[in-house]
Design a protein around this ligand. Sequence first.
Ligand code: CP
Ligand code: NVA
Length: 322
Amino acid sequence: MVETYKASEIEKTQLKGKDFLQLSDFSTDEILYMLDVAQELKGLQKQGKPQPHLSGKVLGMIFEKSSTRTRVSFEVGMLQLGGHAIFLSSKDIQLGRGESISDTAKVLSRYVDGIMIRTFSHDSVEELASHATVPVINGLTDLQHPTQVLADLLTILEHKGKLAGLKLCYIGDGNNNMAHSLMEGAVKVGMDISIASPAGYLPNGKITEKAIQAGKLTGSQIAVTNDPIEAIKDADVIVTDVWTSMGQEEETALRLEAFRGFQVNENLCKHAKDDFIFLHCLPAHRGEEVTAEVIDGSHSVVFDEAENRLHAQKAILKLLLT
Ligand code: CP
Ligand code: NVA
């Protein structure tokens, strides 16, 4: 059983200089420590106290896909920590005109103290990290969205007072970044996770197998099914995500058809625990993956979740860049 930690208990944890590419790269202690630091920084921010941990430090932020939350929360987070962030759209930098990832990594490492990247291929982020001499943070790939899930864990912890022993249910596209990072995050903190997806949209086999193994250390169970009612039964936390992720727009019509029956609506939520909370990383499509009644209803914590991107990422930045 995993307990929540106080920062002082695991100061031995060494995160300085590490990359943040996927949650499976971190131990349970390290993830709980990041959440602890996030809560400390959030408390200081709410009290209006300064947190100049990254004074004079600069984060380069490469975006090959759109973003509202990730861009703004990283930029504001760096500012609140006394540093600065530079927005680098791939449309404007030479990477978008064919400069290699390795040259980009080496050049940016001479200027900045950390690089955040949002892109398509996860391999590109791994390649960037292998050539950069500063920490690289994954701000979303087709395969993983780890900063979002760290914020999700923080939100669940705040609302439920614990993580270990809870049941999280994810309904929708099992083969996307959110489903994969949620699996990796849940098993690290001792949460059970059930995923309901249509045939053809099940989670990546390798990531699932690795998560099942990681879950054996914390007592987490992973269940994957095609039946949303079975998956949501007695869930403490319900999560969904868009049916068509960025880069998949041509498949929209096909996906609308495939995911019919996987909408999170009030009827489906009746099978969860009475005090369930609802999370969605946003942006959301009301009337598709979730109804307005659920996402705008009393169980929804989506705006706390969005706010927690800021606090969780400040913890990542503080721990990796100082
Ligand atoms: N949830 C999330 O990553 O939002 P953005 O795409 O707006 O950054
Ligand atoms: N799965 C979504 C997440 C957006 C934050 C996408 O990749 O578009």
